[in-house]
Ligand binder design. Sequence first.
Ligand code: PLP
Length: 379
Amino acid sequence: DVLASSAEPNNVSFGAAVPASDFPIIEQLKKSFANLVRTEKFLGIGYDSGKGCPQLRKQLARRASDAGMLVSPDEIIITAGCQGAIVLCLRSLCEKGDVVAVESPGYYGLLQLIESLGLKALEIPSDPVRGMSIDALQLAVEQWPVKVVLSVPSYSNPMGALMPETAKLKLAKLLEKYDLPMIEDDIYGELSYSDARPKAVKSYDKGGRILLCSSVSKVLDPQLCVGWVMPGRYREKIEYQRFLSNSSHFALPQLAVADILSRGRFDRHLRHAREVYSQRRDRLLDLIALHFPKETRITKPQGGFVAWIQLPDGVDSTEFYHLAKAEGVIVAPGEIFSTDSSKYHNYIRLSYAHEWTREREQAVVILGNILKAELSRFT
Ligand SMILES: Cc1ncc(COP(=O)(O)O)c(C=O)c1O
């Protein structure tokens, strides 16, 4: 319902985590497509190699060093988005009934995926600034038969938390000690508001136990449906699962992404996006301070474009979601970010990627008024 309502053109949506649509890179992508259609052979080429387009894998291998990873193009497999990469990892590593440790609150898409594969999610408490608690994870691993860890260490969804370097190193050591694989979802890693992007946990991985998954859905456009996995020691299993799920992936979007990545324009785009998203975050914080009740608390993400908001006590965020939707404003209610629907019942996630038009600013005023009316019912 959140996604369908977000896509409804008459609504103002803060509900879905989609990137901004007002960046020049979109026009550049269209030009790349037009050029490639004229010059490249992308039909009549049969099935792909089983790994995806070599030009794209070469570019991704080159960029991996920014996150502290040394991987060759041969160690990268192109997938249908980041979600597509994570499905392949879970299918390769788990059997029905296995336990997957995930951060809490966590992205609902991953929780639903775990459920749909017949796996069990074990929620590990996470801090709004530092991300998943490594101490809590250690306790969980000692008590439960955890098969795999699934985490978004750099700018998590929904909190926007960034796990510090020391914790990333500690996590890599813990995985080594317990011989545990981890799926590292790095989809927001490039969207750091500081100059350098954070290192991946995989950069500390000595034994090839970390499968890093990502996509261009947040940095370019989810329509491209271009993702990848750097599977470490699980390469053969992932290639087999990829073959089982789609034996080919359309080459044209992969070639367009490779083209964009091969030029300085992608780095220019990233510098622009990072600056604009940090300004849009600041505007959100100002608007919340102005229009929401004073008991409201909000995270201050240092990257990505989602913020996690604690509403005043007594407000139920699912009820709030429906009241806001009736006024044409869409938020993501807290309950969808956990397997326990009561856990985050007074939280919401707001996505702030889009430009602050008058209409969007007015929508925040509407949200604030609904909250104040709800609060006045209790006092
Ligand atoms: C943390 C996280 N992982 C994965 C995805 C899905 O990525 P994709 O659209 O590339 O499949 C999302 C999308 O919102 C996300 O926030």
